[in-house]
Design a binder for this molecule. Structure first.
Ligand SMILES: Nc1ncnc2c1ncn2[C@@H]1O[C@H](COP(=O)(O)OP(=O)(O)O)[C@@H](O)[C@H]1O
Ligand SMILES: [Mg+2]
Length: 223
């Protein structure tokens, strides 16, 4: 059985953190020990990284923050450039060691990627390489808006290209004005090679515990 999932998205700002937190609550509701991980965070607000805080709050095991988030950079820019600006390079072995500790403490680790799937992470590796090196099944968050069909299919192709399974996908409705939403979801159901785990509606107030009830984590196969 897998010890975790890698959550990627059709873009940045489309609901990876929102869905990762919902997934953590969904697994916790099944009696699992869960922890979120944000290996690389870029973009601080008042000395904090919102993704890290949200993932921390959604988990139910006590682990050092440094393991949940080994790399954090202040500017909201591409991670390899943020790292370069402070004379660092993101090292996968550091992320691997942190992941091992998290997976020893929890039944399920939800790893939120940075940006989209192919975002560069260091001078010669991408988010896809990170997912591959952790060898995790991928959950794709599709931010439902015009253009998402292309982004979702490209991402699915990139997931396949590194040889990882698409464990499932989530339709996250980030655009309340989106036209033909149901038809777009149906199109992706037909073309994506993994189950639709759920549809999260546009709702600015919804807590992760509520959206968790919309996600069918039982549908996730065993990997
Ligand atoms: N279904 C939704 N309805 C309303 N707002 C949402 C929804 N999903 C995400 N958002 C908001 O969109 C923004 C980006 O979401 P986030 O989960 O942080 O994206 P990512 O992790 O991909 O960058 C956040 O302010 C979040 O609260
Ligand atoms: Mg995020």
């Amino acid at each position: 059985m897998t010890t975790g999932y890698f959550v990627t998205g059709t873009d940045t700002g489309i609901g990876k953190t929102t869905v990762s937190c919902a997934l953590l609550h969904a697994f916790a509701a099944q009696g699992k020990k869960v922890v979120g991980m944000k290996p690389v965070a870029a973009g601080s607000e008042n000395g904090q990284w919102p993704d890290v805080e949200l993932l921390l709050a959604a988990g139910n095991v006590d682990v050092p923050r440094q393991k949940i988030n080994p790399y954090a950079f202040d500017p909201p820019i591409a991670p390899h450039i943020a790292a370069q600006q402070v004379g660092m390079e993101i090292d996968f072995s550091v992320i691997h060691r942190a992941y091992q500790e998290l997976s020893a403490a929890a039944d399920i680790v939800i790893v939120e990627g940075v940006g989209g799937f192919l975002v560069p992470v260091n001078q010669n590796q991408t988010g896809a390489d990170l997912a591959k090196s952790l060898n995790l099944p991928v959950i794709l968050v599709v931010g439902m808006r015009l253009g998402c069909l292309n982004h979702a299919l490209l991402t699915a192709q990139a997931i396949k290209a590194v040889g990882l399974p698409l464990a499932g996908w989530v339709a996250n409705c980030i655009d309340p004005q989106m036209k033909v939403l149901a038809e777009n979801i149906a199109t992706l159901e037909q073309r994506l090679d993994g189950p639709l785990l759920g549809v999260v509606p546009f709702d600015l107030e919804m807590h992760a515990q509520e959206s968790a009830k919309l996600l069918d984590v039982v549908t996730l196969g065993s990997y």
